[in-house]
Design a protein around this ligand. Structure first.
Ligand code: FAD
Ligand code: NAD
Length: 471
């Protein structure tokens, strides 16, 4: 089939969109000796992940976290003269990280002979794309198979004027030039909470407006409560159960009225409440793919859209909408394209890594889920303040919580908050994934950990938990 394709079409496969999902698919296809092209409408490769999403927000968060550390450590900083950095200043570091990412990822395409075509792709028929080049000229290119990996963009309700210079979404906030003293963040999802941490770390006054009754309600309640406590403790005003009614942009401020009648005003406003799939420019109706009202495309277990030669991965298919999962989805879809199916599936327990201050990470079930399922579980805790490494590093805010089955001692869930939580979680994840009795609390008790380390939290938490089940 693929030999025939070589004669008939320009490429064996065309991938549309160069974020992690597209990159994962393109690399797997290229390594399998396919002739692959990558169509990307932005001026450089890397996707929203590199240019507007994951990478910039994590680089900003890193700078802010170091600033807080510097200012709170008397060894480095004098309390009467705290170091002040503006959003614009820390963006410089972010830009350099983006450039390094683009260079690195560009080298992958070059080494694997994937042709990069800069332009916007739109289907003409199920084997042909029209590419509108950045200079406005148009080309037709064809392929046997396609991968849609065009990502997502911030949802913009029609009644908010995003062209106003004081009103931003999570893409445009990266062009913020001035140094705001106050900001209203509408939406307390992952993006809203992460940006609240970033701006608060820079000393900006924050109103964080949440439509729900608690922050990040998919998290274990103890962890979500800890986030609320620490954000509030740092000065963030969290307003739960509020919905915006009106947002007015003025020359000198933004005023927001909520449905409950509250009026808030600030130097600027960041709207971060939901995302829409980038599907409208692809002309998918022509090929019989119908996106839902959020622009997302439905796929089967092999990421096929229902049109046999068109696959879709990453944010355009909705859940879990994570860079981490997108890369794996790309590889799995490419394998299915090559072999007709793929044994490997996306793991069921996708870890969460949330880069708030404090950082949060978890994998597996929450206490609330286990209680609802009537699973007999117990909890083992390690508080960071009791770990030598955390005391040395002055990162004493945090906790590791292991949930395990009382009888089998199987690990059922791991929840962590505090500095490096997103790294710490992977030690537990590796054990949790073990089969045939390998997933057991005893591993952490029987092994020897480097000392002093944050990893040692696993031994402390496991012993704490064991003490609760041993009479
Ligand atoms: C602020 C923010 C922070 C985030 N933080 C994290 C995090 O910490 N960890 C995590 O795992 N995930 C995070 N995410 C989510 C993560 O960025 C996305 O899940 C990931 O980028 C999705 O990858 P993708 O390949 O599907 O699409 P994207 O990375 O969005 O790339 C899609 C690409 O397709 C291109 N494109 C679109 N339409 C066309 C077209 N018609 N023709 C040609 N090219 C086109 C776009 O220009 C873009 O370059 C974050 C997201 C945001 C917004
Ligand atoms: N550290 C991380 O892993 C990280 C960081 C930032 C963002 N992200 C990803 O970015 C995504 C977006 O996060 P968020 O904070 O903007 O919102 P969210 O996904 O938490 O959604 C917020 C609310 O908006 C609604 N919504 C979503 N899309 C909508 C649409 N098109 N129209 C109307 N309502 C919509 C949702 O139902 C929800 O009630 C998340 O799914 C997350 O996976 C991940």
């Amino acid at each position: 089939m693929w030999c025939m394709a070589k004669k008939k079409y320009d490429y064996d496969a065309i991938v549309i969109g160069s974020g992690p999902a597209g990159e994962g698919a393109a690399m797997k296809l290229a390594k399998s000796k396919q002739r692959v092209a990558m169509v990307e409408r932005y001026k450089s490769i890397g996707g929203g992940c590199t240019h507007w999403g994951t990478i910039p927000s994590k680089a900003l968060r890193h700078s802010v976290s170091r600033l807080i550390e510097f200012n709170s450590n008397p060894l480095f900083s004098r309390q009467d003269h705290p170091l002040h950095l503006t959003f614009h200043e820390i963006l410089k570091h972010t830009e350099s990280v983006i450039q390094r990412q683009v260079k690195l990822r560009g080298s992958f395409y070059e080494r694997n002979a994937v042709q990069i075509i800069h332009g916007e792709a739109s289907f003409v028929d199920k084997h042909t794309l029209q590419v509108t080049n950045r200079d406005g000229s148009k080309d037709l290119i064809s392929a046997e198979k396609f991968v849609l990996s065009t990502g997502s963009r911030p949802y913009r309700p029609k009644n908010i004027d995003f062209s106003h210079p004081r009103i931003y979404d999570s893409d445009t906030v990266l062009s913020l030039q001035h140094d705001p003293r106050s900001i209203i963040i509408v939406g307390a999802g992952v993006i809203g909470c992460e940006y609240a941490s970033i701006f608060r770390g820079l000393g900006v006054k924050i109103d964080l407006v949440n439509m729900r009754d608690r922050l990040l309600s998919f998290l274990d309640t103890e962890i979500s409560d800890a986030l609320s406590y620490h954000l509030r403790n740092s000065g963030v005003v969290i307003r739960h159960g509020e919905e915006y009614a009106k947002v007015e942009g003025h020359d000198d401020k933004v005023v927001m009225t909520t449905e409950s009648g509250k009026i808030m005003s600030a130097d600027c406003l960041l709207f971060a409440n939901g995302r829409s799939g980038n599907s409208e420019s692809l002309n998918l109706e022509t090929v019989g793919v119908k996106p839902n009202e959020r622009g997302q495309v439905e796929v089967d277990e092999h990421y096929c859209t229902g049109v046999d030669n068109i696959f879709a991965v990453g944010d355009i298919i909705g859940y879990p909408s994570l860079a981490s999962a997108a890369y794996d989805q790309g590889r799995i879809a490419a394998t299915a394209m090559l072999e007709g199916s793929c044994e490997t599936k996306l793991i069921a327990d996708i870890p969460t890594g949330i880069y708030t201050i404090p950082e949060i990470s978890s994998v597996g079930a929450t206490e609330e889920e286990l209680t609802a399922q009537k699973v007999p579980y117990e909890v083992g805790r390690a508080l960071f303040k009791h770990l030598a490494r955390a005391q040395i590093a002055e990162t004493q805010v945090g906790c590791l919580k292991l949930l395990f089955h009382r009888e089998t001692r199987e690990i059922l869930g791991i929840h962590c908050f505090g500095e490096r939580a997103a790294e710490i979680i992977h030690i537990g994840q590796a054990i949790m994934e073990q089969k045939n009795g390998g997933n057991c609390l005893d591993y952490f008790i029987d092994t020897t950990f480097n000392y002093p380390t944050m990893a040692e939290a696993y031994r402390v938490a496991a012993l704490n938990g064991l003490n609760r089940v041993v009479d």
